[in-house]
Ligand binder design. Structure first.
Ligand code: SF4
Length: 197
């Protein structure tokens, strides 16, 4: 039986800069490829370039660092064999966090934390599986869409509003929206503000 492998854009050790786990040291596994092509994408390089890695190669790369938390991001992780990757990392003792656009319904039941950040379209099933629904808010954001996402809030799922590109006008808009919907939270891209790589 062929062993699973993944096209990986980069693996690096840093600090989670966004959302509920801001400040947590973790190894980032950035998978290559994303078919969404958002105009504001800040990881366009990951849509193109990647190196094929097997499970042993991936785990060997991750073992260079002491953290036992791994954040799978992209590109878009659900465009590859994500359940197998989560399984490999869990079996190696990692706490596994996932960042996805949620467009494709995928088995993420083994992940410890799932952040869905909807873009042009999103699967309702993935929204139900999210621990956090992270909405990127810019001046072009259709604010009526927010009501649709608020409907998924419950004891398990929380909404975070993240100002696009940390721009002040978008921060101001998020603060205004949050004051009208206090169950949600603000997510700033702390790693960019603090120049952390
Ligand atoms: S879904 Fe995410 S990774 Fe894909 S193009 Fe959009 S912002 Fe970039």
């Amino acid at each position: 039986m062929p062993q699973p492998s993944w096209k990986v854009n980069e693996i690096f050790y840093s600090i989670q800069g966004e959302g509920r786990h801001t400040g947590m040291p973790a190894v980032f596994v950035r998978l290559a490829g994303c078919s969404m092509n958002c105009p504001f994408c800040d990881t366009k390089y990951a849509a193109r370039d990647g190196k094929t890695m097997s499970a042993p190669e991936l785990l060997a790369a991750l073992s260079a660092w002491p953290a036992k938390a791994a954040i799978i991001t992209g590109g878009e992780p659900t465009e590859q064999d994500l359940p197998a990757l989560i399984d490999v990392l869990k079996q190696a003792g990692y706490q596994v966090h996932l960042e996805t656009n949620g467009a494709k319904d995928t088995d993420v039941s083994q992940a410890d934390f799932v952040c869905v950040s909807p873009k042009k379209y999103v699967s309702a099933e993935m929204l139900k599986k999210a621990d956090v629904i992270k909405i990127v808010v810019g001046q072009d954001t259709d604010l009526d869409d927010l009501q649709k996402y608020y409907a998924y809030e419950n004891a398990h799922t929380q909404i975070y509003l993240q100002p696009e590109s940390n721009k002040q006008e978008n921060i101001d808009l998020c603060v205004k929206l949050l004051k009208n919907h206090p169950a949600a939270r603000l997510s700033l891209q702390m790693h960019k503000l603090a120049n952390i790589r």
